[in-house]
Design a protein around this ligand. Sequence first.
Ligand SMILES: [Zn+2]
Length: 554
Amino acid sequence: MIGVIANPADHAVVSEFFELFKTPWEFYQSDRCYEVLLCSTNSLFDQGTAKLVLLYSGQKLPFDAEETIDIGSRRTNRMMSYNGAQVPIYGDSITFREKGRGILVDAESKQEAMRQCQYQGRTITRIGYDIFDEVRTLLTAGQPPANASIPTLDLHIAILRDLIVASGLSHVEIPPVPEGYKFIVCLTHDVDHPSIRQHKFDRTMFGFLYRAVVGSLINVLRGRMSVRSLFRNWAAALKLPLVYMGLAKDFWRDFDARYRDLEKGLRSTFFVIPFKEKPGKTSDGVAPGFRAARYGAKDIADMIAKIAAAGGEVGLHGIDAWLDSSKGQEELEEIRSLTQVSEIGVRMHWLYFNEQSPVVLERAGADYDSTVGYNQTVGYRAGTTQAYKPLQAARLLELPLHAMDTAMFYPNYLGLSPREATALLEGLVDNAAQFGGCLTTNWHDRSLAPERLWDACYRDLLQGLKNRDAWFATAGQAISWFRKRRAVVFEMDSVEPDALRARVLADHADNLPGLQMRIHNARESRDSTHCAEPYVDKAFGETADTRVHCGASR
Ligand SMILES: [Zn+2]
């Protein structure tokens, strides 16, 4: 059990951090014994018998003065390195002058950011940043695009776990990994342009013609497109007048069938715009006119029905829901009336969002949001693969968006070739296999059709995910699974004091994969390598109630 001493102002952050870590913990109580004491304030760690005491702070503390710890430097926004992995620290951080073991260091100066000292007969590990400050930054402001590739929050969890098992303690958690799989994947599709016929002589049509005729040629010359695709795009451009006259097929329609064909039995989620011709608002006024879609959900009711019939999910691609709860209600209601599903999730069009949006969306009645991601790059805005509860929200969960096709392929964003995009996505899949959680992608409705033809990379991604034992879930299913995991409580067994019970609180009779308990074996020392099995996984029993012995003994 971890006892936590933190500032009361950080208690919500602490609670959310341990929903993501999902290991037994509680706020410190002076009459209880803890194996691990985690402090982010200077107070109180002269109590108890904890085997491991971790003191996290990016400030010089009275403790440092008392123990004559020599502070090397104090900065904000610094890159650290933990056993070689880059970990950005956004708030205050300090380094220490004394030479140490080089486990956690400033990436640039190589000065130590972690040191151990003896204090009243116990070893205290002093870490030069405030973990809860960092988690707060990640879950609110998020990471700048330059650090997008780093799953920073997941690394904070991994570092803490590593410090625990390296101190000779075993450790129990419910990993963010569904039973029988390695991780979750949510394939999502924002539906922005389900028909080119609706775009006559507008920005979208001229953009299409330019990219189909000229852009494709440039892409062929740069080795980023095949000649066959070039001819397909030229043919589509030539056919456009016939499409407008109704004499040729609208090649942006039937996007649902194209995805069903490619995803063959895998579940995916489509976010649909509720109302046509509404650009919506920004926080300072009206959004650009071309944010308005040329369709509303009712116009594609036939496709929505086919998506639902095939086991897919339809969510709201919101216009003003992020800013205005009553507009959000109307937008959600429009989708509900077409799907007959009460719990509707949201992704905002153009990823419009601010720090208040989780509360605004919750008030509107949204089940979850999946907007937190980047328009211009790929990666972890909130630093995690996991669905989390934004700090201001009461129930709404955020399913972070990690990779969007337009961010990868548009020349003014990353401008990648299909091969480069595949390599980038493989990195995200590797992280999901390592940390668990959910990888969420967004391929737009028209991305398989001319002029984009971004299907080869998508096909590679799907194959890679199948090879890595991913659970293909709709966004709503993934959220339900995370809710089930959040509903687990740990209880110390009253009969056997060193036994721990994990119980799912709510009644979760569902068709979702199960949860499992992961028991990490203690390591004798940081340098020992003889620990053959770093952990074992134990499935939750039929009663969703699992007991495990855990203690300092091996
Ligand atoms: Zn959109």
